[in-house]
Design a protein around this ligand. Structure first.
Ligand code: NAD
Ligand code: UDP
Length: 314
């Protein structure tokens, strides 16, 4: 793919991952149109970027849109449990109708379509680590269902569109991604611990802290999404994009405390509803087909994240 010839639509581009992805796509020389309704995104996300090839359009992906394009990357959807649980109907509608309208636009334009799906499609997994073939263990009526089932339904629709009418499709199942640029009130564990530690507050642990996640630094996730967009020859359409190094939430709290030179001080609250106990990607498919694997260690990633948050908090 020659990026310089591409007009790329990034839906949800004003969000955390979108901010990094849009910059990376611009750096490769493509033209970018961001579509965002700023539900969880930042209106000033690109304040420091002066690039005539970037256009920002306020648009809710629940409504159809017509634009010329060569590639659509659909990131539009709140991703933090705190945010999507505060707006479950909107989350559900965004997942489903966003995927429908944007994939139909891709078909009309003959554009490639990259969907940001999630490790949440595996729910509270009974298979470990999770391979793309695993069907998951998802509560479909619980507090996380608007997001988990919304993303699962979007995958169903997109795979049918691919099989029936040949949508040029790639699906990335993204695992917990963190880094600079997360909203200070985002609510996810890394940004919460970083804000709490830098403000001298106790770290809030929901449950016993022994639940695990596999944290992927945002530049690695962005590289994975770009590799997916660039790879022409992929018979498989669905890829786990995540860092296979699994950590407990308590380990993360210890590391953040150590890196901010504090004694660990935590407050244990109730476990989150339907909280997955373990989560870890099997990324052998992405390694083999995309030639992609994460490069940034949790320590390195946290160092950059702490530095950027420190700047915003001071
Ligand atoms: P985010 O909440 O920071 O960004 C989401 C963006 O989508 C925001 O800019 C928001 O305003 C926009 N948006 C929401 N609803 C919209 C709508 N109806 N119309 C237009 N724009 C809308 O989240 P993020 O962490 O950047 O995640 C981006 C994508 O990646 C999401 O689709 C998410 O499901 C997926 N993902 C992220 C992670 C992660 O750890 N960051 C993990 C798994 C999947
Ligand atoms: N969590 C926590 N303290 C916080 C925020 C989250 O202990 O301040 C826990 C949360 O209950 C979950 C894990 O950390 O077990 C990861 O939560 P996050 O919201 O980051 O992502 P997700 O649950 O979607 O993987």
């Amino acid at each position: 793919m020659n990026w310089q010839d591409q007009h790329v639509i990034v839906a949800g581009g004003a969000g955390f991952v979108g901010g990094h992805l849009v910059r990376a796509v611009l750096q490769r020389g493509a033209r970018v149109t961001v579509l965002d309704n700023f539900h969880t995104g930042m209106r000033d996300r690109f304040a420091g970027v002066s690039n005539a090839r970037l256009k920002i359009v306020e648009h809710d992906v629940c409504a159809p849109i017509d634009l010329s394009c060569d590639l659509i990357i659909n990131l539009a959807c709140p991703a933090s449990p705190k945010k999507y649980q505060a707006a479950p109907l909107e989350t559900w509608r965004t997942s489903i109708f966003g995927a429908v309208h944007l994939s139909e636009l891709a078909l009309r334009q003959g554009a490639r379509f990259v969907q940001a799906s999630t490790s949440e499609v595996y729910g509270d997994p009974l298979e470990h680590p999770q391979r793309e073939s695993y069907c998951g263990n998802v509560s479909f009526t619980g507090p996380r269902a608007c997001y988990d089932e919304g993303k699962r339904a979007a995958e169903t629709y997109l795979m049918d569109l691919h099989r029936e009418v040949g949508l040029d499709l790639r699906i990335a199942r993204i695992f917990n991604t963190y880094g600079p640029g997360m909203a200070l009130d985002d609510g996810r564990v890394v940004s919460n611990f970083v804000v709490q530690a830098l403000s001298g507050r106790v770290l809030t642990i929901y449950g016993d802290g022994l639940q695990t996640r596999s944290f992927c630094y945002v530049s690695d996730t962005v590289d994975g999404l770009l590799a997916l967009a660039e790879t022409d020859d992929c018979a498989d359409k669905i890829f786990n994009i995540g860092n296979p190094k699994e950590q407990s939430v308590l380990d993360l709290a210890n590391l953040v405390a150590e890196m901010t030179k504090q004694d660990l001080s935590v407050q244990n609250g109730p476990a989150a509803g339907d909280d997955p106990r373990r989560r870890c990607p099997d990324i052998s498919r992405a390694r083999a087909i995309l030639g992609w694997s994460p490069k940034v260690s949790l320590e390195e990633g946290l160092r950059s994240t702490l530095a950027e948050f420190r700047g915003r908090l001071s």
